[in-house]
Design a protein around this ligand. Sequence first.
Ligand code: 2AM
Length: 183
Amino acid sequence: MRLFVALDLPDALRARLAAMASAIPGARWVPAENHHLTLRFIGEVAPDQAEEIDHALAALRGRAFVLTLAGVGTFRKAGRDTQLWVGAARCEPLDRLQAKIETALQRAGLPPERRRFQPHVTLARLNDAPEGKLAGFVQTHNLFRAEPMTVEHFTLFSSRLGKTQAVYTAEVDYPLAPMAVRE
Ligand code: 2AM
């Protein structure tokens, strides 16, 4: 099983992200149903390890929080733009949740994630997309700011390769404790 831990996004937000797709040669736009914010990529695991991962995540205690997606950018690898994404406004509760998940998964026997957590929702994967077009996209959407969303659970997803796109399935939702109500 190929697994990852992520936040799913409200339908209206996914529709808004999908509507940002534009004519950029070499861009493969992620369809609305696949939008998510990855907290931890796990990769291929055997069924008994998947069970341990599930137990470790179920034992994690976290609190709900408000998250706002904002800004756009690209990831570059070897001098080429590989991904176009929407980022997240700075959010300490998100960083804390991600750190707790990392600890839980290491306890479940996974090797540590070496890469820095860069919260993002991938909008498109890029193959030789012209830099000018990408710069134009980033400029157009630089001020993008979504409606704040309340994160009340996180999710263990499995991923299968479909014909044209990966097929993601929410396997387990792990609830977060309700936010403290202000007096
Ligand atoms: P991405 O959107 O930035 O590519 C499911 O594939 C999720 O896991 C995606 O959100 C993807 O992040 C992430 N992912 C896929 N392969 C990965 C890898 N080798 N390392 C880290 N994250 C990965």
